[in-house]
Design a protein around this ligand. Sequence first.
Ligand SMILES: [Zn+2]
Ligand SMILES: [Zn+2]
Length: 404
Amino acid sequence: MSPIVYAFPVFLVTMGVEALIARRRGLAIYDVPDAVTSLQTGMLSQIAGVFARLLTFALYVAVYDRFAAGTWPTDNILLWGVALLLYDFCYYWNHRLNHEVGVLWAGHVVHHNSEYYNLSTALRQSSTSWVIGWIFTLPLAVLGVPPVMLATVGLIDLLYQYWVHTQLVGRIGWFEKILVSPSNHRVHHGQNDYCIDRNYGGILIIWDRMFGTYADERAVEPVVFGVKKPLASFNPVWANLHYWAELTGASWRASGWRAKLGVWLAPPGGWPDGPQPDFDAAGFRRFDRHTPTALRWYVLGHYAVINLMLAHFLASLDRLGMAQQVGYAVVMTAMMLVLGGLLEGRAWARSAEVVRLLALAGATLLPDWFGFAAPPGVRAALVAAALVSALWLMRRPARVVQAA
Ligand SMILES: [Zn+2]
Ligand SMILES: [Zn+2]
């Protein structure tokens, strides 16, 4: 079973606590449509990861088997520490190039296209960064880091970064001179001029200090989160594809192969001839479709059901054939798209949601759900929830769920 499943309850409880504390302090750091988009993007990333790992892990093993300089014993705790250090170093360069090269930014931009900053932002992970990202682990294969060690230290590096995505923790002294912290990672997510291309570290921030990419958070200039070309969508698939689409379009329009290729290799801001305009913090407005409050909570509730499905999917991988895995992935992705459409107020989304609910109710007639034979009580509860939801949705005024 994927070890990330065990972290799900921790994520949900800590996000709930963070939201409660923020509310008590009067801080508007959470927005339900934004948080649901982050969470759905995280789910999509987990689903994509299941299939991507089949290739990327196999490539790592192939390079390790052929070119490893030696074999590291896995019973030496010191070597695990060295592997983590080396992984974090490779992570820094991968992350840095993710921000400095257009085609890599296309895969990484997802993590930055939220305009809020909270624990849910940490889960806004890419579904496409693996396309090139796997190359950055190959030095470890050549050095002889066993695949199990790579997978473990990679997970540790990723999980460490969860807690730094919060605005509730201020400056913490000497700690953040060495390690990535909420303060120095907030800078990484900023679009203010002083935040651009800064603080790439995963666990250690010393890489940034060594290679000249470090910036301190400025009390006088609050960080404005997000990217300069805003996503302006709650669609988790589009959140992954919008920059790929932009690069493809720009490359198509460019004349000559040098220019066509250059589009993919240029920094995300392009190769401008003149100076760039300064970021205007006062003129910045967050993306908002004014989703009605009841609909926000409705979507959050149904997101939770898909999250349970994802946990089941990840826990059942060993028992499911490839066709079933793909089928389950398509079902969950389609459900997420509908919820995203509801949050955006798309006219099609209400009809699609009713179809989704009826399909969900109909699925209870199946002998089992991808290997899970639900007890009769659970089936009855699902049917009731789906029908009540469909009735509630159909009784709502149409204008509420139509595009503005
Ligand atoms: Zn980044
Ligand atoms: Zn981050």
